[in-house]
Structure formats: structure tokens, C-alpha cells
Unconditional design. Structure first.
Length: 318
């Protein structure tokens, strides 16, 4: 009986140490306050303009991850975080100095492209996301500084100082990672905001209005159930339809500009091909859901194109 009592006491103590599921924890409360705080807003505009002014050319879309189909920043951060965590393990083991030092150096080298991709993504976020992202970046910059100092101390033979600085850096990068998780999973930064469309649109053809009511070359908003579409009637008579909410940050494509067979999002400038929804320019990393259309007795009907090659089939049928 005493054994079972000890087990119950241990489990009770563990439960009391966990956050109350009925109330937000202190960490979440603090981060939510950060989302709404205006203290950092004076720095957001100048930093955004500086990042957007970087002469990156086509590399900007590559840093967003358009070639990958989703953000590349989470992939790149695995290298510095992984090497620094591995270095911490080796620092706790005897005779592993050279391996730990090498891993710290590799992490520092890998931090540069990871940080650049993060800043490029950050410059295209909404203000609450940018506030959290700025603190996320500050924590990671602090970590880089600590690891650089750690490597310098190690090379000068000050092993104890080097290890202490590295553990401080690991703490800072862990805090930055937690804020990065909040950005991705709580604030939906750099996720596909049009992914849900195939799940909510009923199969089959849906009326979206009279063809005569569609101005040539101008984007207009129409509805299929609860899903908004951007519809464009082209000069040759073809009617194009895409999901209206931009896959990048849910901006209204129907408020954008049409040129060269594409529509440009008014919020962050992502460009989508009207014929198949393909994202020809970022920051969007995912294409738009595309609808094929037909005209029956002067009325336009639209049907969601689904399947593994939906975009190409939509273009072929147009």
C-alpha cells in the first residue's frame, strides 16, 4: 500500500506542475500580449522596407520556398539547432572537444541562410505576426552572438567559458524556436491559407452568375456556397475562376490586378496564373485552388478541379 500511495502522490504532484487546462498559461498569455503590443511597431516599417530592398532577385522566391511548395525557413533552421544541440551533448562527454567545437562552427555557418530566409518571410506577414517574429529573430540573433563568443573562447583554450556561453546560446535559440512554433501553429504564418477549399466545396457544378455581368478583364468576387471565388472574363470569352483568398495570407485576389493572364494579390504581391492557379511569383508558396467553368444559357457555372494534376487539367480544358 505505501508503494501505491507514493505513486499516487507522485502523479498528483506531476499534475499540479502542469498548466491549468482551463486557463491559458503564463507563457501563452505573455506571447498574446506581445501580439497586441505596439511598443515595437516603430521598428517594423523600416525593417520591412530594408528587407524588401535587398537585391535578391529571383533568390527571394527561392528563400520563400516557392520551389519546395512550402516555406523553406523551417527546413534551414534544422541545421544550426541540430548541430548546437549535438554540441551540447558532446560538451557533457569527456574527450569530445574537437567534435563539439566543429559542430558549433557548422551551426554558425548554417545560421546565415536560415536567418535570411526567415527575414524574407517576416517582411510579408501581418503586424501581430511581425511583432512576435521580431522577438523571435532577436532571440536567435542573441543565440548566434553567444555561440560566436563560445567558439572564440574555445579556440583560445577557455573551455569552461566556451561551454557556458554555448549553453546560454542553446537557451536563447530554444526560446526563439518556441516563438517560431507560436508563429506557425498559433498565428498561421507561412502556411497555405487556401488548403481547406477542397474540403468545403461540394462536388459538381455551381452557378456563379450571368456571364453578361462579368466585366472583361476585371476581377470580381463570386460565391460557391461559403467559398469566395475570384472570377475573370477574358477578352476571348473564356471565364477563369480561382479561390479568392490568397494561399499566402488570405488576401482578396478579387481586389487585385489582372495582367498577362495572371492576377496579383493586393496584399503582398503574389501572382497566380488564372488558367491553372499556379503561383508564378511569391511570396505565396502554394498555388490557388482552380475551378473550371462553363456557360449554360448565359449563366456561368463553376466546378472545383481536384486530383493530383488538377491545375494542368484545368488549363487543358479551358
Amino acid at each position: 500500500m505505501p508503494v501505491y500511495q507514493n505513486i499516487r502522490d507522485t502523479l498528483s504532484a506531476a499534475r499540479s506542475a502542469l498548466p491549468d487546462p482551463e486557463r491559458p498559461g503564463r507563457v501563452l498569455t505573455a506571447v498574446e500580449r506581445l501580439e497586441s503590443s505596439t511598443r515595437l511597431d516603430g521598428a517594423l516599417g523600416p525593417l520591412r522596407r530594408a528587407v524588401r530592398a535587398l537585391p535578391l532577385g529571383g533568390a527571394r522566391d527561392a528563400l520563400h520556398g516557392r520551389w519546395l511548395g512550402h516555406a523553406v525557413h523551417p527546413l534551414l533552421v534544422q541545421v544550426p539547432i541540430g548541430t548546437w544541440l549535438s554540441a551540447a551533448v558532446l560538451d557533457l562527454m569527456p574527450g569530445q572537444r574537437r567534435g563539439a567545437d566543429t559542430l558549433v562552427g557548422i551551426g554558425l555557418a548554417a545560421a546565415a541562410p536560415a536567418a535570411l530566409s526567415g527575414w524574407v518571410d517576416w517582411a510579408e506577414l501581418r503586424k501581430p505576426q511581425m511583432r512576435v517574429g521580431l522577438v523571435h529573430a532577436a532571440a536567435n540573433v542573441t543565440a548566434v552572438g553567444l555561440y560566436a563568443a563560445s567558439l572564440s573562447a574555445r579556440l583560445r583554450g577557455r573551455r569552461g567559458r566556451g561551454r557556458a556561453l554555448a549553453f546560454a546560446g542553446l537557451t536563447a535559440v530554444s526560446a526563439g524556436g518556441a516563438l517560431g512554433g507560436h508563429l506557425a501553429y498559433r498565428q498561421a504564418a507561412a502556411v497555405n491559407h487556401a488548403e481547406h477549399v477542397p474540403a468545403v466545396v461540394e462536388p459538381g457544378w455551381h452557378p456563379i452568375g450571368d456571364v453578361a455581368d462579368l466585366p472583361v478583364g476585371e476581377p470580381v468576387r463570386r460565391q460557391v456556397g461559403e467559398t469566395p471565388l475570384v472570377v475573370v472574363r477574358e477578352a476571348g470569352g473564356a471565364v477563369r475562376a480561382l479561390a479568392d483568398r490568397c494561399s499566402h495570407m488570405a488576401g482578396p485576389l478579387s481586389g487585385g490586378e489582372v495582367a498577362d493572364g495572371c492576377v496579383r494579390c493586393p496584399w503582398h504581391g503574389s501572382v497566380f496564373r488564372l488558367s491553372d492557379g499556379w503561383n508564378v511569383r511569391g511570396p505565396a508558396t502554394a498555388p490557388q485552388p482552380v475551378f473550371e467553368t462553363r456557360v449554360v444559357d448565359g449563366r456561368v457555372e463553376a466546378r472545383l478541379v481536384t486530383g493530383p494534376h488538377a491545375a494542368h487539367r484545368a488549363a487543358a480544358s479551358a
